[in-house]
Design a protein around this ligand. Structure first.
Ligand code: ADP
Ligand code: MN
Length: 262
């Protein structure tokens, strides 16, 4: 008799753990076998206990609430490796040759793994610089595990959600948040030596009266050829948002000088 393949054993264990059958179906539908195996591997390593509901379904990644084996909330961000979107954008390179397609897919997959590792490292670097970000826990292939910002699998609000459709904070609170974000921008540049490059009200959460910076996969070192351009854009985005909620923001020139230390 043949032994049961390791994959099948892990898969059965995974299935047994799934309390929510519908959720499993979405995981199976959206993610290819390799990604499913990466999740099982993180379960085997004791990082993920069970995967719960979807928090966000973006174009490039999905974020799930999960539990670690002790039952604490964790966030699991899974980068998509096989969406139509991605296929469309690389089609010009694969010209319908199935062998070439396989190789191209492998290359794409490796690129996405590197992207996930970059987000993990950026989170770590920012945390070490004293910036409030989700604490990175593990990264394996295209799966990133980090601290869950929120409670009971209910995520904290994004700044945009506190401003629109109804402004839920007063100008004093917004000013405090702005000052903290401004301080993070200085630390990010001078201590972490990174530029976020997609900093705006959609990538800042608000939890326990503190802003939390998220979505740092695209952050670049300050030596990057476009770092200055990205920084200028980040400053303008932050000025635009906070002035829209009534904060008296410093001029662009003042912010740029303080952040870069020039
Ligand atoms: P993208 O915008 O590329 O899809 P994000 O990293 O911004 O990816 O995550 C998407 C959404 O998932 C966020 O807007 C936020 O609502 C939620 N989210 C991301 N990270 C966490 C986290 N650590 N804890 C709770 N919710 C999170
Ligand atoms: Mn985002």
């Amino acid at each position: 008799k043949e032994p049961i393949p390791k994959e099948l054993v892990q898969r059965r264990r995974f299935l047994k753990r799934q309390k929510d059958k519908d959720l499993f179906e979405t995981v199976e539908e959206v993610f290819d076998m390799s990604t499913q195996m990466a999740v099982y591997e993180l379960m085997r390593r004791g990082v993920i206990g069970e995967l719960l509901g979807t928090i966000s379904a973006g174009k490039e990644a999905r974020v799930f609430c999960a539990k670690d084996p002790e039952g604490n909330d964790i966030a699991v961000k899974i980068y998509l490796t096989s969406t139509a979107e991605f296929r469309k954008s690389i089609r010009k390179y694969i010209i319908g040759d199935p062998r070439f397609e396989q190789i191209a897919n492998r290359g794409l997959r490796r690129l996405i793994y590197a992207w996930a590792r970059k987000e993990f490292r950026n989170l770590k670097r920012m945390m070490q610089a004293g910036i409030r970000v989700p604490k990175p826990i593990a990264v394996y292939k295209n799966v990133l595990v980090m601290e869950f910002i929120g409670e009971g699998c209910r995520r904290a609000p994004l700044l945009v959600e506190l401003a629109k459709p109804k402004n839920q904070l007063d100008v004093e609170e917004w000013t405090k948040i702005f000052n903290t974000v401004y301080d993070y921008m200085v630390k990010m540049y001078q201590k972490a030596k990174l530029v976020h490059a997609d900093l705006n009200e959609y990538n800042i959460m608000y939890w326990k009266e503190e802003p939390v910076i998220i979505d740092v996969s695209q952050a670049v070192p300050i030596s990057h050829p476009y770092a200055d351009e990205f920084l200028r854009h980040d400053i303008q985005q932050i000025r635009r948002f906070f002035s829209s909620v009534g904060v008296e923001v410093p001029s662009f020139a003042e912010m740029y000088a303080k952040i870069t230390g020039l």
